[in-house]
Design a protein around this ligand. Structure first.
Ligand SMILES: [Fe+2]
Length: 227
């Protein structure tokens, strides 16, 4: 993805969050110049990959296959119980934009429709070989009510509704009838090692530097300034 595109997607996201009356912490707005002055007191933001995360899953079609995320809090994947055993993200899905089919080996997550259009989630259990299990329905907790969905079937969440996605449960989701502000509350998140895409694809985009970054992505912070 071009840096100019990433800058614009984040700025459009900030506008959408403001329209939804969802407020971000101060580090969401720190410029690269400000980051250059930040010392080791900010290391939690660096090491736990908090902040902005934009991806097109390497396919170059962000409007169709992509996601804008902001990680608000997270523990250290290597030591969740000494740090914090939970994570929270906010995500923006544009209308018609899809997050591709994947599951997590470690993370258990609730996905919440916080505002906007419908959030539609397609579900598939996996077998021991990590392949989709087409023979049995999926049992899933939707707003704390056990719900049965045919293999490959969908659950449609209105604003306020949520679903709990267990380990090994394939999920793909998209927005219908308008952009969606989606929350994620989960166990500790490790995007470098805990995403199993059904169709292999990169989690993070390649970046073409066609203009200066106005917002760092969560893997781009410079090391802490000494002193
Ligand atoms: Fe997921």
């Amino acid at each position: 993805m071009k840096r100019s595109e990433l800058n614009q997607i984040i700025e459009d996201g900030i506008e959408f969050l403001e329209a939804c009356n969802f407020h971000l912490p101060p580090f969401a707005f720190w410029s690269p110049e400000k980051w250059a002055q930040k010392g080791p007191r900010c290391d939690q933001i660096r090491t736990r990959a908090l902040g902005w995360d934009v991806t097109d899953f390497g396919k170059g079609q962000f409007e169709k296959l992509g996601l804008l995320l902001f990680t608000l809090r997270n523990g250290e994947p290597k030591d969740p119980y000494k740090t914090k055993p939970y994570c929270e993200k906010i995500m923006i899905l544009r209308e018609g934009q899809r997050c591709p089919t994947h599951f997590h080996w470690q993370k258990v997550e609730d996905i919440i429709n916080r505002a906007g259009g419908k959030l539609v989630i397609r579900l598939l259990d996996s077998d021991q070989n990590e392949q989709p299990r087409m023979s049995e329905p999926v049992k899933v907790s939707v707003d704390a009510v056990i719900t049965e969905v045919p293999a490959g079937g969908v659950v449609s969440l209105e604003p306020g509704q949520s679903i709990c996605l267990s380990r090994g449960l394939y999920h793909e989701f998209w927005a219908e009838g308008g952009a969606v502000l989606a929350g994620e509350v989960s166990s500790v998140n490790d995007d470098s090692a805990d995403n199993r895409f059904l169709e292999p694809m990169p989690r993070f985009p390649e970046i073409e530097e066609d203009e200066p970054a106005r917002h760092y992505l969560c893997g781009e912070y410079p090391p802490a300034k000494e002193g």
